[in-house]
Ligand binder design. Structure first.
Ligand code: ADP
Ligand code: MG
Length: 155
């Protein structure tokens, strides 16, 4: 099942991240696809806000992963951008389907670590502050969640 809608500014994308965060449980994995500047890290900022992390989310590109433990559940934010063409075992599997929620930017570079059960969010810059967002997921829980997104976020 998938659904596409548009956000018209940064705050709306953050609100979508917050909306997701409140419906996720420990072990959930969310893939974030989209070009640089599409809004992936911004969305995770909204997640952090809803989880009461009380810390700014910064791009983990140079760290590969950032962990936020101060919120209601642990938030793991992976950016696999720099892992392209690398084949190193970083122990990331401990955090994917671990004891918190895990958001992954550039998941295509670590596909062997990605579980079948996941939500996929893709963001596309359609000009100015507009971002077309597609959310995709299978299974009862994720389909219900996508139905709820449909009711709240529409063009
Ligand atoms: N609708 C929108 N949603 C998300 N970000 C937006 C939007 N409109 C403008 N922006 C801006 O686009 C940039 C997105 O950057 P970022 O979230 O770091 O992207 P990514 O992690 O995908 O590379 C930010 O500067 C943000 O303020
Ligand atoms: Mg980013």
């Amino acid at each position: 099942m998938e659904y596409t809608f548009t956000t018209n500014n940064r705050d709306q994308t953050m609100a979508f991240g917050s909306f997701l965060a409140l419906r996720l449980v420990r072990g959930d994995v969310v893939l974030l696809e989209g070009d640089l500047g599409a809004g992936k890290t911004t969305l995770v900022g909204g997640v952090a806000k809803a989880l009461k992390v009380h810390e700014d989310v910064i791009s983990p590109t140079f760290n590969i992963m950032k962990c936020y433990f101060k919120g209601t559940i642990p938030l793991y934010h992976i950016d696999a951008y720099r892992l392209e063409n690398q084949n190193i075992e970083l122990g990331l599997d401990e955090y994917i389907e671990g004891d918190g929620v895990c958001f992954i930017e550039w998941p295509q570079f670590i596909m062997p670590l990605i579980p079948d059960e996941r939500l996929e969010v893709s963001l596309h810059n359609v000009g100015g502050d507009h971002r077309e967002i597609t959310i995709k997921g299978e299974g009862k829980r994720f389909e219900k969640l996508i139905g709820e997104v449909k009711e709240v976020f529409h063009d």
